[in-house]
Design a protein. Sequence first.
Length: 297
Amino acid sequence: MSFSAEVKNELCRVPMQRACCTCAEAYGALLHASVFSHKEIRLSTENAAVARRLQALLQRAFFVACDPQRSGRKIQLSITGGTAIARIFDTLGYDYKSHVTYHLNRNVLEDDCCIASFLRGAFLMAGTVAGPDKKSHLEIKSAHPSLAGEETSLLLDLDLSPKQARRGSALLLYFKDSASIEELLTRIGAPRASMELMEGKVEKNMRNTINRQVNCETANLIKATDASARQIAAIRAVIDAHGEQAFPEELRETVRLRLAHPTDSLSELAQRFDPPLSKPGLSHRLKKIIKFASKED
């Protein structure tokens, strides 16, 4: 099951307590229906829980009974009766006899709770959201630019700022920042999904931090290994040509310890001296050895 389906299943469990919010949620779904006209209303989904939710919304908000029908992968709720459609139009403030214009009747969405319910209905019909294992993305698709503009206004009322993009003939309202997605999901009734996204973000950040630390440590180790290899090569070149006695006396202990412990870091090697050297002090000696070896060449 996709994360979007999980979110929609959670939304379908939101109680229908207030009549105004039930009507607002049904309104959001209807404006994203496959067909919404004075001749037919057809709602289509692949999610059985969403289909049951739509059936309950139509019954409670408009007293319209409609049984879901399977059509391939889709489950459809179709209303063709003039009386039922007229009742829906009248409740939402539309003229039954005229062509439906896809605009919002804000009188149906007076409170923030009704706005959130409307957006829940819109998401159930036309929304998708990426899971915590993917890049943050939530979108609501609309075939009607004017409707998308008014839905943008609704989201702004909730202090959420969506972006818009076209996909074919459709217009998308979308978010790519995780904070806005989490806030929207919480507002419309999916706090569990929102928390899952938050936890995924924390886990991803921790994983990225660990990867950066490992990469940094690996780079430092490679750098130290390369430096050690250069030092040992220079030392061996002098010893092979002239013997260890060719090195100045103050550098011979460093030469012996470097050869004896080729994998030691500077800090580790510095502690092997008696008394221990400082890391800068050892680094200075090794540089002198490299310089001396280059002169001997």
